[in-house]
Design a protein around this ligand. Structure first.
Ligand SMILES: Cc1cc2nc3c(=O)[nH]c(=O)nc-3n(C[C@H](O)[C@H](O)[C@H](O)COP(=O)(O)O)c2cc1C
Length: 390
């Protein structure tokens, strides 16, 4: 059997507090801390605890050369190698794990970025539960708990040395920016017009032109910039209330400006899925349309191979996309949101995405703002609500 180490793994020495009845019986609190070696390997989708021997041997194994298991067993304890195999960090040639590992290699991830991405994905997280736990873990007001935040501005010179800039006359663009208020109150009684739905998607995601820069290399011209013109991030849509569309999942085709229907859902299924996608944030789950911004990693990493800035560029692309959703919706008298608090694993499963190839980095949504404000919105200037409030 030929084996080699998986392509990407990092080890984190992590402290954990555990409860021990024996210590309690001795009169203490029962709590003690231990430090474990945690292996984070993106091809696995879960963390693995190593003992010191396994960690040490792992650090000597080549991730590139296939070697006979028996040859390695001459130099290392057989049971340690076997444990690394069971933990799927030592990969046997021709196995399913080999295929997963090969996919990771072929995607040209920067190891630190792959680990960051893998370790920041959520499954089944409920943000309300997190908030309850945060409150339960401290009986103090939040400021006593966290201490004061850094000030809003880091000032570099005394006031007298500041050079005032000319005032900026207000233009319609300023009015648009002012009316962009993250919406947490959607009108669940009305459906969004199909034309408005199409306009937001078109302005944000549609390719206005396709340019072939080399045989088979197509870059896209859109209303938003993207590193290398590659536009790796697509829009998967969870439609709840749009005129003429049944609730369900779709993919937006950015060159054809068309929907690719993926799965129909009934209203209750769509609502449940929406809530799961945004980790229990009910106020966002009620948006007429949710846009899962999912990046095809290899599209960008094909050019920027194992590049130190490539994953950062993907995340920056999301900022342009989400802001264009906001502004397009606002211009039409609609409203929008973005959240990074999403259950990536559940979204991937619902959409059938392989997390090594394609993954959601944020969820946006848009729709018709409700007449009544039930949830908080940051509108201190009263740009969208008659009574200014946060
Ligand atoms: C990257 C990012 C993540 C966000 N995540 C959340 C979120 O999880 N929940 C939420 O209620 N708002 C979220 N927001 C919205 C912000 O809370 C909001 O932008 C902020 O309160 C300022 O309000 P405004 O957008 O109306 O100016 C997020 C915004 C950004 C840019």
């Amino acid at each position: 059997m030929l084996v080699r180490r998986c392509a990407i793994v990092t080890i984190e020495p992590r402290e954990r507090t555990v409860f021990d009845f024996a210590l309690l019986a001795e009169g203490g609190s029962g709590l003690h801390t231990l430090i474990e070696w945690i292996a984070i390997a993106p091809h696995l989708g879960e963390e693995v605890v190593l003992d010191a021997d396994q960690m040490q041997v792992l650090g000597t194994l080549s991730p590139s050369d296939w070697q006979a298991f028996e040859t390695l067993a001459v130099r290392h304890p057989r049971e340690t190698l076997a444990a690394l195999g069971e933990k799927r960090l030592l990969i046997a040639q021709g196995t399913a794990d080999d295929a997963r590992d090969a996919l990771l290699r072929d995607t040209y991830w920067r190891p630190a970025a792959a680990v960051l991405h893998a370790s920041s994905r959520w499954q089944g997280v409920d943000s309300k539960q997190l908030a309850r736990e945060f409150a339960a873990n401290s009986d103090k007001p939040i400021l006593d708990h966290l201490g004061p935040p850094p000030p809003p501005v880091r000032e570099h010179v005394p006031t007298a040395q500041r050079r005032a800039l000319p005032p900026v006359p207000s233009t319609p663009f300023d009015e648009l920016l002012l009316r962009r208020v993250t919406c947490r109150n959607y009108d669940t009684t009305r459906a969004l017009g199909l034309d408005e739905f199409a306009a937001v998607l078109y302005r944000t995601f549609a390719a206005r032109a396709v340019v072939e820069t080399a045989p088979g290399v197509h870059i896209l011209k859109k209303g938003v910039p993207s590193a290398g013109g590659l536009h790796p991030t697509g829009a998967y849509l969870l439609v709840q209330r749009v005129e003429g569309l049944a609730p369900g999942l779709h993919h937006y085709h950015p060159i054809e400006h068309a929907l690719e229907p993926l799965r129909e859902l009934d209203e209750a299924q769509a609502a449940t899925m929406a809530r799961l996608f945004v980790a229990g944030q009910d106020y966002f789950a009620q948006a007429h349309v949710m846009v899962v911004a999912a990046s095809r990693f290899r599209r960008t990493f094909w050019k920027y191979r194992a590049h130190a800035k490539a994953y950062r560029a993907l995340m920056l692309d999301i900022g342009y996309l989400s802001h264009t959703i906001y502004l397009s919706a606002t211009e039409l008298g609609l409203a929008a949101f973005i959240t990074a608090a999403i259950n990536e694993v559940d979204i991937e499963q619902a959409l059938g995405l392989d997390p090594l190839e394609e993954g959601p980095l944020a969820v946006c949504g848009f729709g018709i703002r409700a007449a009544q404000r039930r949830e908080v919105e940051l509108d201190p200037l009263g740009a969208v609500w008659q009574s200014p409030a946060i």
